[in-house]
Design a protein around this ligand. Structure first.
Ligand code: X90
Length: 280
């Protein structure tokens, strides 16, 4: 039986290093569009160059989710397929995945496909992908993998720190009202992916130290006990290091890894943005 793990580019994982036997990993890109060009968020994208280009340009940038056809194509050639998408409440990616996988099933009715709306993005999806790979490695049946990954997704969460929210507001993903004051006076927005998969504001704080201690406090309050943490950031290397130290100070044996942030997440999280997926 051949397996495929399919994600969209809200997932930062570019390659699964210890991938299970007979398993292929496919990352379907979203795109970022300016008047004069299209950036495809795939392995060739130079994220830094794209971000600089956007900050120096006055054109409006929009994002677009993958088409159903792109998902259908990604599904071809395997019997067992698990797809994980960015939250369906902020993107049409989940919907495309559902339509694309149904199109494939019309042609290949024996294919098993499970589509997961992560109700999240970035580091939380990175964790889910790692776990799917671990489950496939255990030689479990499709139904068992499906059941166990559903349980796992109830035990993962996403927190973020944003210093700028212009692109979220401009693209209608965050209200101007909530976004107000961010970008001024060193104010940082701390938030989480809500259970419904929406962007939920938790705190507005001044300064990095405050922001980081709030993050760790939120992690602990929601039940973090030292499990895996996957962090991605956009031009925030120093803050990442401080955050990692703070987590390790509280939980010395935690696995805290930095995964380079995807183009899509970098565009929306913007400079200074940090996204952190963790297990509870
Ligand atoms: O379909 C599309 O065009 C993609 C739109 C994606 C928009 C949101 C990306 C958010 C990434 C902000 C942190 C908040 C994450 C909250 C998840 C529920 C960066």
């Amino acid at each position: 039986m051949k397996w495929k793990i399919i994600v969209d580019s809200s997932c930062n994982v570019r390659e699964i290093k210890d991938i299970a036997e007979n398993t292929e990993y496919v990352r379907v890109p979203l795109t970022l569009n300016v008047e004069e060009k299209v950036y495809i968020d795939d392995y060739n994208l130079n994220v830094e160059e794209m971000i600089e280009y956007f900050y120096n340009s006055s054109s409006k940038v929009t994002s677009a989710c993958p088409s159903p056809e792109a998902y259908k194509k990604a599904c071809e050639g395997a019997e067992n397929i698990i797809i994980v998408t960015i939250t369906g409440s902020l993107s049409g990616s989940y919907n495309s995945a559902i339509i694309g996988s149904n199109m494939l099933k019309e042609e290949y009715s024996n294919t098993n496909i499970h589509v997961i709306d992560s109700k999240s993005a970035s580091g939380e999806i990175d964790l889910i992908v790692e776990e799917i790979n671990n489950l496939i490695k255990q030689n479990l049946s499709f139904e068992e993998v499906k059941q166990k990954i559903t349980e796992y997704t109830n035990k993962t969460k996403l927190l973020f720190i944003l210093e700028k929210v212009d692109n979220l507001v401009k693209n209608g993903r965050l209200s101007k009202f909530i976004g107000g004051a961010i970008g001024l006076l060193n104010i940082k927005l701390i938030g989480q992916a809500s259970d419904e998969g929406t962007l939920e504001l938790l705190h507005k704080v001044r300064g990095t130290k405050k922001a980081l201690s709030k993050i760790v406090e939120e992690m602990i309050n929601s039940g973090y006990k030292g499990g895996k943490v996957r962090i991605s950031h956009c031009y925030a290397e120093e803050t990442f290091k401080e955050l990692k130290e703070l987590i390790l100070k509280n939980f010395p044996s935690a696995s805290v890894l930095n995964i380079k942030m995807s183009g899509l997440c970098s565009f929306y999280a913007e400079k200074g943005g940090i996204m952190l997926g963790y297990e509870i």
